[in-house]
Design a protein around this ligand. Structure first.
Ligand SMILES: Cc1cc2nc3c(=O)[nH]c(=O)nc-3n(C[C@H](O)[C@H](O)[C@H](O)COP(=O)(O)OP(=O)(O)OC[C@H]3O[C@@H](n4cnc5c(N)ncnc54)[C@H](O)[C@@H]3O)c2cc1C
Length: 431
C-alpha cells in the first residue's frame, strides 16, 4: 500500500458554472462540446495539451478512414467530420485518395487542424480550457455528479455542471466517479508517431526492424507512413510499445520515453543501411494510445453484432472500417472485414488470408453501434465518448478509429443535450 498524506482542507475556486462539461478535447470531445453548444447548451471543454485534437493533432495521426458504405459510393458519414474536411479543404489542407478506398479516405494536415478546431470551438461559444486536466469529480449525497476538479497553472479549480461527458480516452471521469471499468488481458499496442524528412520511401521496414531488433532492443513491428499534406515530411507510425498502461502517470511517462527511443533507433538503422539518416522534424506531444480501459455500459457491442451490420434503435454512428487489432503474440495485425475476409499481416512475412464468416452470408452496407455502449452504468448525468467504449476486442478493433470516435462525440453531445433539455437521466435519453 502506497504511503498517503492528508492534504490540508482547502477552498477551491469555482472557475466555471456550465450546463455541460466535456473532459478531453480530442476531435471526439470537441465534437461532443460543439454538438451540445449548437443546440443551445452552455458548454466547457477541458484539455491537458496545448491544443485540441488529441491523437489526431498532438499524436500526429493524420488519416480519417472511409466515410462510405461498403459499395464505396454511398456516403454514410456526414456531420462534423465532413464539416472539418470541408473547412480544411478550402485551404487545400486535405488530400483525398485518388480512387475509392475501402479504408482510407482523407489525409489531414494535422497542424492546421489545431487552428480549425480552435475556430470551431470559438464559433460555437464553447468555453475552452487548455493546459487543464480533470483530476477529480465532486458528487452530491444522492450520487449526482456536481463538479469537475481541474488542475491548471492556477492550481485547482472546480467547473460546476449539470451533465458530464468523459472524453478522456481512458475513462478517467468514470474512474474518479467510482464507475465500473474493465480491460482486455492484452491491450492493443501504443505507437508514438514522428514527422521526418529524408525518409527512404519504399524500404521494407518490417524486415529491417526484424534484422536489427536485437541490436537496438526493438520489438518486432512495421512502420506505416504518409506524406504530410503540402509538405515533404513524412508522418511515421511504427514504434511498438507493448505492455504499458498509459492510463497511469508512470505508464504514460515510460511510454513517451520508450516511443522516442524507438524513433531514434529507426533513424540509426536507416543510417546503418548506408542511406542518409532521416531528420526528425517534429515529435508528437502525446504518445498514440490505442487502448486502455473500457466502461461497463448499458450494452456491450460484440464483434458479431458489429460486423454482421446489426442496426440498433439508438444508433450512435455508422462505419465500415475493418476490425484492426494490433497484436503482440504473434506480432502482427489481424484484419476482419465486413465481407467475411480475414487477413493476418505479419511485419515481415506474406499475409495469411482466410475467412472469419461463411461466404454465403451477405456483406452488410455498414455497421452501427448503439449509444448505450457509451453510457456507463450507475450514473444519471454522465456519458462517455471515445475509445473507452464498451466493445469486445473485435468490435473495438473497428470502432476505435477516428471517423467512428468523432461520431461517438457527436452522439454523446446530442444525448447530453437531450438529458439537459428534458431534465431526464442520461440512461432514459438513448431512445
Ligand atoms: C499510432 C496510432 C495510429 C492510428 N491510426 C489511425 C488512423 O490512421 N486513422 C484513425 O482513424 N485512427 C487511427 N488510430 C486510432 C485513433 O487515433 C484513436 O483510437 C482515437 O483517436 C481515439 O480517440 P479518443 O478521443 O477516444 O482518444 P484520444 O485521442 O486519446 O483523446 C483523449 C483526449 O483526452 C485528453 N485527456 C486525457 N486525460 C484527461 C483528463 N484527465 N482530463 C482532461 N482531458 C484528458 C487527452 O489529452 C486527449 O486529448 C490510431 C491510433 C494510434 C495510436
Amino acid at each position: 500500500m502506497a504511503e498517503t498524506i492528508q492534504l490540508p482542507t482547502m477552498s477551491v475556486p469555482v472557475i466555471a458554472d456550465v450546463d455541460i462539461v466535456v473532459a478531453g478535447g480530442s476531435c471526439t470531445g470537441v465534437f461532443a462540446a460543439i454538438t451540445a453548444a449548437r443546440k443551445g447548451a452552455h458548454v466547457a471543454v477541458i484539455e491537458p495539451q496545448n491544443r485540441f485534437g488529441g491523437t489526431c493533432t498532438a499524436g500526429q495521426v493524420c488519416i480519417w478512414h472511409s466515410f462510405f458504405a461498403t459499395d464505396d459510393k454511398t456516403q454514410i458519414v456526414f456531420g462534423l467530420s465532413q464539416e472539418v474536411v470541408d473547412r480544411l479543404n478550402r485551404r487545400n489542407l486535405v488530400e483525398f485518395w485518388d480512387k475509392p478506398n475501402p479504408h482510407c479516405y482523407v489525409n489531414l494536415n494535422t497542424e492546421e487542424l489545431c487552428m480549425e478546431l480552435d475556430e470551431m470551438v470559438q464559433e460555437a461559444h464553447v468555453t475552452p480550457f487548455l493546459h487543464s486536466r480533470a483530476v477529480q469529480i465532486l458528487k452530491a449525497d444522492d450520487g449526482t455528479l456536481t463538479g469537475l476538479v481541474v488542475a491548471s497553472k492556477d492550481g485547482l479549480g472546480v467547473i460546476k455542471a449539470k451533465i458530464f461527458i468523459d472524453a478522456t480516452g481512458d475513462g478517467d471521469i468514470v474512474r474518479y466517479a467510482g464507475g465500473q471499468l474493465w480491460r482486455n488481458d492484452v491491450m492493443q499496442t501504443s505507437t508514438a508517431c514522428v514527422k521526418v524528412s529524408q525518409w527512404p520511401v519504399g524500404i521494407s521496414t518490417g524486415k529491417l526492424i526484424h534484422e536489427y531488433a536485437a541490436k537496438y532492443n526493438l520489438p518486432e513491428g512495421f512502420i506505416w507512413g504518409k506524406k504530410s499534406v503540402g509538405s515533404n515530411t513524412y508522418m511515421l507510425a511504427g514504434t511498438n510499445i507493448p505492455n504499458i498502461d498509459e492510463s497511469t502517470q508512470a505508464g504514460l511517462t515510460a511510454s513517451e520515453i520508450e516511443g522516442r527511443r524507438q524513433m531514434r533507433a529507426f533513424m540509426d538503422i536507416i543510417a546503418e543501411t548506408g542511406r542518409p539518416r532521416p531528420v526528425i522534424e517534429a515529435l508528437p506531444s502525446l504518445v498514440g494510445i490505442r487502448e486502455t480501459w473500457h466502461i461497463r455500459s448499458l450494452h456491450q457491442i460484440t464483434t458479431d453484432e458489429l460486423l454482421s451490420g446489426k442496426v440498433f434503435p439508438d444508433t450512435a454512428g455508422k462505419g465500415t472500417y475493418r476490425s484492426d487489432i494490433h497484436m503482440r503474440n504473434p506480432v502482427g495485425t489481424l484484419f476482419r472485414y465486413l465481407d467475411g475476409t480475414q487477413i493476418f499481416q505479419s511485419p515481415y512475412k506474406p499475409a495469411e488470408t482466410s475467412r472469419w464468416r461463411d461466404e454465403s452470408l451477405p456483406t452488410p452496407p455498414y455497421y452501427t453501434w448503439p449509444v448505450r455502449s457509451q453510457i456507463p452504468v450507475g450514473f444519471d448525468n454522465l456519458i462517455t465518448a471515445g475509445r473507452m467504449i464498451d466493445a469486445d476486442a473485435g468490435a473495438y478493433g473497428a470502432l476505435r478509429v477516428m471517423i467512428n470516435m468523432n461520431q461517438s462525440g457527436e452522439a454523446a453531445g446530442a444525448v447530453a443535450f437531450k438529458s439537459l433539455d428534458k431534465n431526464l437521466p442520461i440512461h432514459e435519453c438513448w431512445q
